[in-house]
Design a protein around this ligand. Structure first.
Ligand code: HEM
Length: 415
């Protein structure tokens, strides 16, 4: 496979991510020809694109040498300048994904008690109830419908709002705002004007979270909002900036990602009816199938690290201060780890080795919650939906950071 001349533009262009084959083709060419590749795209500061599973895992494990500060995801040079002028920092937010130790350990520790496997299992009945309601809604909506927009966009949102403690009537606003943050380059979801749209959404989020904080300080409850409203850092109440950035990451990171895995997992089952049949015949395959949905869809397309010293990655000399882009979809199609990686197999023994949740100290905080949500929804679907098929062309969000299906037309019959 030949490396296209404009590969640096291809891997940054949001439109590439609106076409599954296009980005997988680009990453396959990189893995084959130049797995740790120096990219100099026109609109972005240069970086190393790291495309092999082994190299990404190694960099993510080694937080002492590869920092999250100061660059987390692709932001155009123009938008970085704009951020620098308006906020004094090139960072969109100072939250867990922007932090290194000692802050990272301290801030992550605050909510760890809500997101560990045991704690998440305690939420199972409440989330099962939401999964039931979601399938009720599917049946009420009727066949055909747009599973991505009408169903999958709402259920993870509802779940994370339950954990946060945000009332239901505020959910449409939360959905619109977080789509503005993550889908900000896609005209159908974010509005298409990049950082301006993200900053507007952030201002609205912060106004909302300030009110929520005031309320929870007066009326504490058993929810993450109360925890963040009353959290102490170095024996002082957490400051307003990091507090709002924390709400923002929990509220926004928790649903577009999960809904992409749900819709994309369903699409993969519909395109591989033999796999759906296997699942119908053996429910015990579901936990492994979910790992395969997540590997297959890889909703988060990258995160960055910055080298703290001169070093070597995959045979390339990396200089202190160089940025590295961890290309997760690429890791998840690496033949060194996944046999026949472009085949969707729910019983793939190595499915769990995917890097869709990242790796090491920054591994997705919500991974247990995401997997539980997906399992409970698919249990309901398998129990109550008899036949299900594709009823039109699916479409993907054009965004280079977090993306997935924005349209999934299906036809179905309920039992
Ligand atoms: C299928 C669904 C999801 C995917 C694919 C996903 C993916 C990711 C990835 C790739 C990272 C960065 C990891 C790294 O740098 O090594 C991350 C971090 C994070 N995720 Fe998720 N995520 C998902 C669901 C959720 C949910 C449900 C929550 C809800 C709380 C959440 C909250 C977070 C937070 C707070 C971080 C930052 C962790 C840190 O830096 O310490 N995510 N996620």
């Amino acid at each position: 496979m030949v490396l296209p001349e404009n590969i640096d533009e291809i891997i940054c262009d949001p439109r590439t991510y609106g076409d599954e084959e296009a980005y997988h083709r680009a990453f396959a060419a990189l893995r084959e020809n130049d797995p740790v590749h120096w990219a100099e795209p026109r609109a972005y500061r240069p970086f190393w694109a790291v495309t092999r599973h082994e190299d990404i895992q190694r960099v993510e494990m080694d937080a002492a040498h590869f920092a999250n500060e100061p660059r987390q995801f692709l932001v155009t040079k123009t938008d970085e300048e704009m951020l620098l002028m308006t906020t004094g920092s090139r960072n969109f937010a100072y939250n867990l994904v922007a932090m290194d130790n000692p802050d990272h350990r301290q801030y992550r520790g605050l909510t760890a008690s809500w997101f560990g496997p045991k704690q998440v299992r305690a939420l199972e009945e409440e989330i099962r109830h939401l999964a039931r309601e979601t399938v009720d809604k599917l049946i009420e909506t009727g066949s055909p419908c747009d599973f991505a927009k009408d169903i999958a966009a709402w259920y993870p949102l509802r779940t994370i709002m339950l954990v946060l403690g945000v009332p239901r009537e505020d959910e449409p606003m939360m959905l619109a705002l977080s789509q503005k943050v993550f889908g900000s380059t896609d005209v159908d979801t974010g509005g298409g004007d990049g950082m301006t749209s993200m900053m507007e959404a952030k201002t609205e989020f912060c106004a909302y979270f300030d009110k929520l904080t005031a309320d929870r300080r007066q009326n504490p409850r058993n929810d993450v909002a109360t925890l963040l409203a009353t959290a102490m850092i170095n024996d002082e109440p957490m400051q307003e900036g990091p507090r709002n950035d924390y709400y923002l990451i929990v509220a926004a990171a928790g649903h577009d990602t999960t809904s992409s895995a749900i819709s994309g997992g369903l699409l993969a089952l519909l395109r591989n009816p033999g796999e759906l049949q296997k699942l119908r015949e053996n429910r015990d395959l579901l936990p492994n199938a979910i790992e395969e949905f997540i590997r297959w869809t890889t909703p988060v397309k990258h995160f960055f690290r910055t080298a703290l010293a001169d070093c070597e990655v995959g045979g390339k000399a990396i200089a202190k201060g160089d940025a590295l882009m961890m290309c997760y979809p690429s890791a998840n199609r690496d033949t060194a780890v996944f046999e026949d990686p472009f085949a969707f197999r729910i019983d793939r023994p190595e499915a769990k080795k995917h890097l869709a949740f990242g790796y090491g100290p920054h591994t997705c905080l919500g991974n247990n919650l995401a997997k539980l949500e997906i399992r409970l929804l698919f249990e309901e679907i398998l129990d109550r939906i008899d036949t299900i098929e594709l009823a039109g062309d699916p479409a993907w969000i054009e965004a280079n950071f977090v993306s997935g299906l924005k349209r999934l037309p299906i036809a179905f019959s309920a039992r």
